[in-house]
Design a protein around this ligand. Structure first.
Ligand SMILES: [Zn+2]
Length: 86
């Protein structure tokens, strides 16, 4: 079920990462809670975006304010870190 939601969200985003806008395969994608659950964010679709696994790990439980600041610093298109090549 979680997987199909990821695929649906990804499709709604044009199969692109929410943050870096690069083409994203489901295998490299993960669901990011815009407002982290640990800070009271709800587990609802309105609070979810699909993004590269790498940036999701980087954001982790970062407050929305910090994420916004980061996006603004990068002028709206954040370069997601590359996944470790192995
Ligand atoms: Zn990305």
């Amino acid at each position: 079920m979680a997987k199909s939601q990821l695929q649906r969200l990804l499709w709604l985003q044009g199969n692109k990462c929410f943050y870096c806008k690069k083409s994203l395969k489901p295998a490299d994608a993960s669901i990011d809670h815009v407002m982290p659950k640990s800070l009271g964010g709800k587990d609802i679709v309105e609070n979810k975006v699909v993004c590269c696994k790498t940036v999701n790990q980087l954001f982790a439980d970062m407050p929305m304010k910090e994420k916004l600041r980061c996006l603004i610093q990068w002028e709206g298109v954040l370069p997601c870190p590359k996944p470790p090549s192995d």
